[in-house]
Design a protein around this ligand. Structure first.
Ligand code: BMA
Length: 345
């Protein structure tokens, strides 16, 4: 039996979903929009900034839904809760150089030395790539780097560590991960380093899917990590598949569940996991996470902001349909991350 049934999963008790959820929906978007989700969020020049994934379908919400295109939308907020979506998208795949680029999506924002960097996923006719761009105004983006296929879910650390920039990422080793068909999508979290954000190397495994009890398929980085006095707090997503799940949302079939997880990485060597919460940080439980969406039972964190009072805002895409916010105190999040009894050699 390739996929074990992990049963019901629950969110950590310290997590509080914001009463204003969902905080961004397609109804707030002044241009074509069917789904607003998987956003990157940061604080930049005195306000909160969100770049969100904006999927457009014809006949959304019906059995005749047909995917049209994706743009990346831009929104600003003074409090991180009430968002104003700007009149036009800030980026589309047509802004990205490269051969037969199809879609840019799942943005992640990190401010480093006063400039805002955006990681994104890029579907191309020749495979999935991760990208890094930089902007100072959310109008012009300079693309600094595109990975070789297959890679995705890249997130940058907000400072140099040991003199190098650093990112977490999730390559897709389709032919190397296992011998059985169901092992082909067992993907893990890796880290790379760079002297200049353009050239990346020193790639090492950080955590394998086998280390996460609430995943039976794959894991990947989520929001860019946040420094605490105990180490780097880092979220990730964890996927379990259950063959008996059928249609679960308005997509034709959806057998996966995505939870948000949390771990603590060593402050000086973030390639080392020093703490892990072995149960979900966020499991799909609220109605906007479990019902009526495009793909129900998906939690996909993409932004984490540590406020001066110790409260952490965690933003996540829910059901691949809307963008949501949950909060917890940083000390409670750190306390969830228990020492691990494994090491990556
Ligand atoms: C992944 C990505 C995400 C999405 C997730 C769940 O493969 O496409 O953008 O949220 O699946 O559908």
């Amino acid at each position: 039996m390739p996929y074990s049934d992990l049963g019901p999963l629950h969110s950590a008790p310290c997590i509080v979903r914001h009463p204003a959820n969902p905080v961004v929906t397609p109804a707030q978007v002044p241009y074509a929009s069917s789904l607003t989700f998987n956003a990157g969020i940061t604080k930049y020049q005195g306000r909160y900034v969100m770049v969100f994934r904006n999927d457009v379908f014809s006949n959304p919400g019906t059995d005749n839904a047909r995917f049209e295109h994706i743009t990346l939308g831009l929104a600003f907020s003074d409090d991180g809760v009430k968002w104003t979506v700007q009149p036009k998208p800030c980026l589309t795949h047509e802004d990205i150089p490269g051969h037969r680029v199809l879609r840019a999506y799942d943005p992640r924002l990190t401010v480093i030395d006063g400039r805002c960097y955006m990681c994104f996923a890029l579907d191309t006719y020749h495979g999935l790539r991760g990208g890094i761009a930089v902007t100072d105004d959310f109008e012009r983006f300079e693309v600094l780097h595109l990975t070789a296929p297959e890679n995705r879910n890249m997130v940058l650390f907000p400072e140099k560590i040991g003199g190098r920039y650093m990112r977490l990422e999730r390559p897709f080793p389709m032919y190397g991960r296992g011998r059985e068909w169901w092992e082909a999508t067992r993907f893990d979290i890796w880290a790379s380093r760079s002297p200049d954000l353009r050239y990346w190397g020193d790639t090492e495994l950080v955590m394998g899917v086998e280390h996460v009890p609430f995943a039976n398929d794959k894991i990947g980085p989520a929001a860019p990590p946040v420094r605490t006095k105990h180490g780097w707090l880092a979220t990730f997503h964890a996927v379990d598949i259950l063959d008996s799940r059928g249609k679960n949302g308005w997509e034709k079939a959806w057998k996966k569940r995505y939870c948000g997880g949390i771990m603590l990485l060593d402050g000086e060597n973030p390639r080392k996991v020093i703490g892990l919460c072995t149960t979900p940080l966020l499991a799909p439980e609220a109605s906007y996470e479990t019902t009526g969406g495009y793909r129900n039972d998906v939690i996909f964190p993409g932004g984490m902001i540590l406020e001066a009072d110790g409260m952490v805002k965690i933003y996540y895409g829910a059901a691949d349909t809307v963008e949501c916010l949950a909060t917890a105190h940083v000390d409670e999040l750190v306390a969830l991350c228990k020492p691990v009894d494994w090491t990556i050699a």
